[in-house]
Every structure is written in structure tokens, then in C-alpha cells.
Design a protein around this ligand. Structure first.
Ligand code: ATP
Length: 240
């Protein structure tokens, strides 16, 4: 786990017009790690994930991926570096079938192992095989989330960015999805950066975590460490 991080964010600020959304964020994701970013609604978690992808752009600071400075690369070029994203709200193609959605994930890098990858996705999420010819928009929320993650994985990413995969889902479905992420990480060493409001599940899953408040990182540590801290429990786990 030591050495240079796969993703390194240092001193990053970002704005929406004149409104500051990120205030000097430092964060690292090492190869093979699951790292989570937790925080309240509006803290800036999604903004950080989007800034890593180039929109909105970091105004100060640096973002290094796999040894390369990507701070001022356009989004499409960042995506070509094998970073895949399952954004907040899932953003599957509602009028395309499950199969077509998965194709979209793969063709972005001209994947030659399409059939093999498809099979892996169906093993991980058997519901998607059952729904293969169904349009994305007719799937349940949980199935759409599975499709969004599977579509991102079809590009064989080196880094998977997940924004609130548990949002609006029943506890059982959340467990299925988090189990799948854990399995991918353990069996294939997939590196994951997970943004979550569901701090309990996220910290249980992640090797390390960061807490964001008002555009700043206020705490970091191992998942277990953060879960045990009274401040974290009081702010993010109470009642959860
Ligand atoms: P959530 O989980 O609810 O998305 P978050 O922690 O991801 O919360 P962000 O969505 O990153 O938070 O929002 C951070 C701040 O930036 C908030 O104050 C939000 O209102 C503001 N913001 C987000 N998107 C925009 C936008 N497109 N234009 C202007 N302000 C925005």
C-alpha cells in the first residue's frame, strides 16, 4: 500500500461563480484502497468528485493521477486515463436497454473483452442479466444503481469514483451493492473513491476515510478509527 498514491489532491479550491465550494482540499487514494469521503448534505463532496473529473475546474492546488498532473486537463481526456465515474443520481440512459447501457460503458475505450466483462457484471449483479432487454428507465432504483456501477466497470477503470450509491435505496439493496464493491476490491484490487452520506456503511467498507465540512477536510483516519470517534458518531451516525 505504500509508495506514490494513485490519486493525490493537494490544496484544491473550486468555485461556482464567486461562491467557494472547496477550500484547500488535501486527500490521497492509494492503489488497491477503498477510500470514502463523508459529510453532510452540501459539504462539497460531489463537487470534489466532479473537480477530480475536471468540471468545475480546480482554481488552486494540484490533482495528480498515476503520476500525471491532470489539474488542467479537459474532462474527456481525464476519462481516457481510465477513471470511471458512477455519478450522483446514477445517470443511466433511461431509453436504452440494460445491454445497451453496458455497451456504452465499454465502447468509450473500445473494449475488446466485451463479452467476458459482460459475464463478470452479470455474475456480480444477476438482476441485470434478468433485465438485459429492459430499458434502463423501467428498472428499480437499486437496479439502476447496479447498472450505473456495472457500466462504469465496463471500461476496466484503474480508479472507480462512486457518488452516493446508497441514496434512496432499501437497506438490503445497499448491502448488496456495498458487498459487490468489497468483492471487487478484494478479488481484483480495484481502487475505489466513494462519496457517501451513509457514513456508517461507508466507513465499515472503506480502508480509510475523510470527513468534509463546508468545503474543508476536518478529519481523516482508518474507517474503524473514524467510526469510533465520538465527534463522527454524534454528527453522522446518530440514529443511523
Ligand atoms: P450532496 O450529497 O447533497 O450533493 P455534497 O456534499 O456533495 O452534498 P455539493 O453538491 O458538492 O455537496 O455542494 C457543495 C456546495 O456547492 C453547496 O453549497 C451547493 O449548494 C453548491 N453547489 C453545488 N452545485 C452547484 C452549482 N451547479 N451551482 C452553484 N452552486 C452549487
Amino acid at each position: 500500500r505504500k509508495g506514490t498514491p494513485l490519486l493525490s489532491v493537494s490544496g484544491v479550491t473550486a468555485y461556482y461563480g464567486n461562491i467557494i465550494a472547496l477550500r484547500g482540499v488535501d486527500l490521497e487514494v492509494n492503489e488497491g484502497e477503498i477510500v470514502t469521503l463523508i459529510g453532510a448534505n452540501g459539504a462539497g463532496k460531489s463537487t470534489l468528485m466532479m473537480t477530480i473529473c475536471g468540471t468545475p475546474r480546480a482554481r488552486d492546488g494540484r490533482i495528480i493521477f498515476s503520476g500525471r498532473d491532470i489539474t488542467s486537463l479537459p474532462t474527456h481526456e481525464i476519462m481516457r486515463l481510465n477513471i470511471a465515474q458512477s455519478p450522483e443520481g446514477r445517470r443511466i440512459f433511461p431509453r436504452m436497454t440494460v445491454y445497451e447501457n453496458l455497451q456504452m460503458g465499454a465502447t468509450t475505450i473500445g473494449n475488446a473483452h466485451f463479452q467476458q466483462d459482460l459475464e463478470r457484471m452479470f455474475e456480480m449483479f444477476p438482476r441485470l442479466r434478468e433485465r438485459i432487454d429492459q430499458r434502463g428507465g423501467t428498472l428499480s432504483g437499486g437496479e439502476q444503481q447496479m447498472l450505473s456501477i456495472a457500466r462504469a466497470l465496463m471500461s476496466r477503470p484503474r480508479l472507480l469514483l462512486l457518488d452516493e450509491p446508497s441514496l434512496g435505496l432499501a437497506p438490503l439493496v445497499v448491502r448488496q451493492i456495498f458487498d459487490a464493491i468489497r468483492t471487487l476490491n478484494q478479488s481484483e484490487g480495484l481502487t475505489v473513491f466513494l462519496v457517501e452520506q451513509n457514513a456508517f456503511h461507508a466507513l465499515k467498507l472503506a480502508h480509510r476515510g475523510y470527513v468534509m465540512v463546508n468545503g474543508q477536510i476536518t478529519m481523516s483516519g482508518s474507517g474503524a478509527e473514524l467510526l469510533a470517534r465520538p465527534e463522527v458518531r454524534a454528527a453522522y451516525l446518530e440514529g443511523g
